[in-house]
Design a protein around this ligand. Structure first.
Ligand code: PLP
Length: 424
């Protein structure tokens, strides 16, 4: 294309023009075929061009695409909320629909603050998080995010919420190993709470598996138990940001199921619409909704397109497709298979430092020296070249940060559609 007024991520780059997608493959206008081994940005969880979803999209469009949520509800929105309540654990039953993961984490944060207000406690307004982490690009979500690169230009506009270390076992700040470490990194939460004062803290937010800022850092077994116990004891809500992990990416509907910990609020996105619709949600437990239902009866958030029937119908079709085809239950074994194949590459490529992750959310961290875990210079040049080289060769992988000392080192995420076959 000659002239373009589209603001793309890299304004001086030449992007191939995509024509269509089918299954795990994408095809550009020159007929080149790509294996979508990252599901875009860990989004296209059921692959491309699924007929049933297209049919659901058309059927809803023929009825009505948009109604405003303060005037109407719709069958699609009601059914989607009911489906999510049925699929997810514990008393996580209430959905607030938004349009992106960033809006989902912001909404979750606002609901947490409102919860305490409804209970008559106005001081609990801070939300603690981890460095590294990524919770979204809008200013509230960015305030929660431990992502130096994405924050740098906007620091004066961001809230400086306190942070703790993530469970980054490959580069443990304490030089210990789980479970012997007794999860000192989780214990930091207690230290920060004591310093800031529990009466000033509404919630703690964490990604079950750290994605964009950590390249699939999965926690050791007892980590989230300790986090939840500290939150409960200090009367702080626990928000799980499952925007990347939710709806099957790691082999469970919610990733927190792996660790048997039920969050108070969950942020959902990406796989919820699987790329077919811009939809995300804050999923709220009964016990968090209770004081709001008995109090102001209004959740103070929302966007024009929140809960529109069009995106809700598409998301419902995606979730039904996941269930009908029993896709989630295959994810763990596919993940083990892929991980074993990646492990074999270690023999060939000295630059592979760590292979990690859960289910079909896997990460590779690159190092100059494997034994001493020496990272490459922290400009992500290697990642950039690697991702471009892969794309030129018809393979899509996702550039992520390794999160070393909070400044991103080189790493990629491998996260194919959950529908991928072993052969593919
Ligand atoms: N939370 C997590 C864990 C994410 O991975 C992302 C996006 O990568 C977001 C929030 C923000 O979602 P969105 O890009 O849809 O705003």
């Amino acid at each position: 294309m000659e002239e373009s007024y589209l603001i793309k991520p890299m304004l001086d780059a030449n992007y191939p023009v995509i024509d269509y997608g089918k299954g795990v493959y994408l095809y550009d206008l020159d007929g080149k075929k790509y294996l979508d081994a990252s599901s875009g940005a860990v989004t296209a969880n059921i692959g491309h061009g699924v007929e049933e979803i297209i049919e659901a999209m058309n059927a809803q469009a023929k009825r009505v695409s948009f109604v405003y949520r303060s005037q109407f509800t719709s069958e699609a929105a009601e059914k989607l909320a009911a489906k999510i309540a049925e699929m997810t654990m514990g008393d996580l039953n209430w959905s607030f629909f938004v349009n992106s993961g960033s809006e989902a984490t912001e909404t979750a944060m606002k609901i947490a603050i409102q919860y305490w207000q409804e209970k008559g406690i106005k001081t609990k307004t801070k939300v603690l998080s981890r460095w590294v982490s990524y919770h979204g690009i809008t200013l509230g979500a960015l305030s929660l995010s431990g992502h130096a690169g994405r924050r740098a230009r906007f620091i004066p506009l961001l809230q400086d919420f306190p942070v703790i270390h993530p469970p980054y076992c490959y580069r443990c700040p304490y030089n210990l190993e789980a479970p012997g470490c007794e999860y000192l990194c989780a214990g930091e939460l207690e230290t920060v709470i004591n310093r800031v004062g529990a009466n000033n803290i509404a919630a703690f937010i964490a990604e079950p598996v750290i994605g964009a800022a950590g390249a699939a850092i999965a926690p050791p077994q007892g980590y989230f138990h300790k986090i939840k116990e500290i939150c409960e004891r200090n009367e702080i809500l626990f928000i799980a940001d499952e925007v990347m992990t939710g709806f099957g990416r790691t082999g469970k509907v919610l990733s927190m199921e792996h660790w048997g910990v039920i969050p108070d609020i969950v942020a959902l996105g990406k796989g919820m619409g699987a790329g077919y619709a811009s939809i995300a949600a804050a999923l709220v437990s009964d016990h968090v909704m209770e004081p709001i239902l008995n109090g102001s009866k209004i959740v103070m958030s929302g966007h024009t397109l929140s809960a529109n029937p069009q995106t809700c119908a598409v998301s419902l079709a995606v979730l039904e497709y996941l269930e009908k085809n029993e896709i989630i239950k295959e994810v763990e074994s596919k993940g083990y298979y892929l991980r074993n194949q990646l492990e074999k590459l270690k023999n060939e490529f000295e630059i592979i430092g760590d292979i990690r992750g859960k289910g079909l959310l896997l990460g590779i961290e690159f190092v100059q020296n494997r034994e001493r875990k020496v990272p490459f210079p922290r400009n992500m040049q290697l990642t950039k070249e690697l991702v471009e080289l892969a794309q030129r060769n018809g393979l899509l992988i996702y550039p992520a940060g390794a999160g070393i000392d909070g400044i991103h080192g080189d790493a990629v995420i491998i996260s194919p559609p959950l529908t991928i076959t072993k052969r593919e």
